[in-house]
Write a protein that binds this ligand. Structure first.
Ligand code: GLP
Length: 263
């Protein structure tokens, strides 16, 4: 687990966007696992800017989003499909046929989940999975208690998650009760994982993820077990960590080594 602490939320988003852009520059047909949520908005802004100024093309990239609300139509402004279209897809050269989100209105939700897993496999697996984190430490919508080997399925949202996400809805009771989400096992299959967390309200979840025991009660903690996971934080999200000085030193030395190597 590589823990990167940037000065501001904007610097943290820059770091994440750069990581994605470098991957796409090196592999124009990369398979990206994408995430929604307010934390991701500045990341998509930077990706869009790089696409619009001609630095990269997303034309051959495929994407798979983590999750989608059950019972919310793709055309609704509350769907994650709508969020992705508006924040990123519509303003890039990406081929819409290569952008995937689970269909939360599918007649047979179980079949939809199985099909989603199949599509990821057919695409050759995910090169880089972008993650945010819930205030209870969830990734995707893998709420506390989710199996650490779970695959894409329907999950019931906790009261806390519905409350957290109610800011995107007119009233708290409008937040759906369930969602289709990639499982923890599905996420762990990605070749690289980049988790971005910013703001004080994520600090406790970040501490449990990075320094707590590996536990199904904080599904993000499973990233301790991933061979290539980056945890990118701003100072607020890192404010509850005990070993900040060690993470900063490790990162400084790693960057010095890298720059010497590249000379
Ligand atoms: C939802 C999403 C998660 C996301 C989380 C945090 O629960 N399913 O993927 O990480 O929200 O969102 P925000 O960035 O808005 O805090």
């Amino acid at each position: 687990m590589r823990v990167i602490i940037e000065k501001s939320a904007s610097d943290a988003a820059n770091f994440v966007a750069e990581t994605i852009l470098e991957l796409v520059e090196n592999r124009p047909n990369a398979v990206l696992g994408l995430a929604t949520g307010g934390t991701m908005t500045p990341v998509y802004e930077r990706l869009l800017a790089a696409s619009q100024n001609g630095r990269v093309s997303f034309q051959a990239v495929s994407t798979f989003n983590l999750d989608e609300y059950v019972g919310v139509k793709a055309s609704s402004e509350h769907s994650y499909r709508y969020f992705m279209d508006k924040s990123f897809f519509e303003s890039t050269d990406i081929d819409r046929c290569r952008t995937h989100l689970p269909d939360g209105c599918a007649e047979d939700l179980r079949a939809e989940c199985e099909q989603y897993e199949g599509l990821i496999e057919q695409a050759g697996g995910i090169d880089l999975q972008l993650l945010g984190i819930g205030s209870d430490g969830h990734i995707g919508f893998n709420e506390p208690g989710s199996s650490l080997s779970s695959r894409t399925r329907v999950k019931t949202l906790t009261k806390q998650t519905r409350l957290d996400n109610s800011r995107f809805f007119a009233a708290p009771e409008d937040v759906p009760y369930s969602a289709i989400t990639m499982g923890v096992g599905t996420i762990m299959d990605a070749r690289q994982i980049v988790l971005l967390a910013t703001g004080k309200n994520k600090a406790i979840a970040v501490r449990a993820t990075v320094e707590g025991p590996l536990s199904a009660m904080v599904t993000a903690s499973v990233l301790q077990w991933h061979p290539n996971a980056l945890i990118v934080l701003d100072q607020d999200a890192a404010s509850e960590l005990e070993n900040v000085a060690d993470y900063l030193t490790a990162e400084k030395i790693q960057r010095e080594l890298l720059s010497q190597h590249n000379k």
